[in-house]
Design a protein around this ligand. Sequence first.
Ligand SMILES: Cc1cc2nc3c(=O)[nH]c(=O)nc-3n(C[C@H](O)[C@H](O)[C@H](O)COP(=O)(O)OP(=O)(O)OC[C@H]3O[C@@H](n4cnc5c(N)ncnc54)[C@H](O)[C@@H]3O)c2cc1C
Length: 354
Amino acid sequence: MSKQIVDYIIVGQGLAGSCLALQLIQQKKKFIVIDQPDSNSATQVAAGLFNPITGKIMGKTWLANSLFPYLNKFYQRAEEITGSRFYYTMPVYRPFHTIEEQNEWMGKSADPEFEFFIDRILMRPIDTDQVKNPYGGLLLKHCGYLNTQVFCQSVRNYLAKLNARQEENLDETKLTFKDNRVYYKNAEASSIIYCTGEKISQSQFFSWLPIKPLKGETLHIACSTKLNVIYNRGVYLVPDIWKVGATYSKQDQSEGITTEGKKELTEKLDQLISFPYTIINQTWGFRPTTPDRRPILGPHPEIEQLIVFNGLGTKGVSLAPYFSNILTLWMEKRLPINNEVALSRYYSLYWKSA
Ligand SMILES: Cc1cc2nc3c(=O)[nH]c(=O)nc-3n(C[C@H](O)[C@H](O)[C@H](O)COP(=O)(O)OP(=O)(O)OC[C@H]3O[C@@H](n4cnc5c(N)ncnc54)[C@H](O)[C@@H]3O)c2cc1C
């Protein structure tokens, strides 16, 4: 086999690896992606929702004002590059549980912090044949979903056409570093970027990173109702792909679906929607989370050619586009990576483990 000299080697092609590959395509860089597909990887099971106002306390997502305009342009451009459709903007509707909540959101809607993302406050129930909302609800804009399976498959097909994809599990025993270059089998590059999600713990170079797998389960349902909004309260229901999610289980580190997961999701879905459905399938996966809920990007403390892009946690769809750009700017121009997301914030863990 002839020697393949490239700028970069990417390992893993979930959301992190796919977004990074798209950035490098736009920079006209030569690279290869080594990926072993896994039907239970976080990206494959994700519902792909992006929503700027989230959580039990309904706060604005960290960096929302930067992340959301960026992702909108990024995924549209990705559709143009790959010639596929996977990015859908759609409002999110969150029913209120009490009159107090309704009043609170009336106040917040005038707050400049939120007004960009609030479409309307509904004071009375709407579409009661679809959703249980006795006190009305909050309609959010600049939201939607990415069909993550189609996105990854489209990037995969595009990379195959460029001859830039190798389907295999990275064999770290075949990886060597010499004179600021990386060598893997017949390939040579300036750096290798690990985008391996929660499987990073299996790497001899990065097992010290504090990435914790957070298990999530989703349901796939069928129904005859047509929706043009994502309902979200306790669970979310994404139309078209009909995914209901997701559970969050820190304790359960086992692989596979559970009856508890199904029970939790169906109970919450029944509190949210008012039309009949049948459950077709249940899936599970692990989100790669970090203690401070921020992504991790940058070089290994001792080997600068070894780079990580990980820690996308529960919000990979909104974080991956923006931070793949930040990482590309560091790789290409050494523009600094903010301390809040830089891998260097965890270097002390490496030295402790050494
Ligand atoms: C149930 C569930 C629901 C979710 N819902 C949402 C949502 O609605 N919105 C949202 O934004 N986020 C959601 N997430 C989170 C989101 O899925 C993750 O943030 C994101 O997918 C992580 O992407 P990643 O590329 O870092 O990792 P992964 O998706 O795990 O991808 C890593 C890839 O690398 C490959 N790989 C690993 N090791 C190797 C190796 N040694 N050699 C070769 N290949 C390797 C894997 O097989 C995989 O293909 C959800 C997650 C779960 C589990």
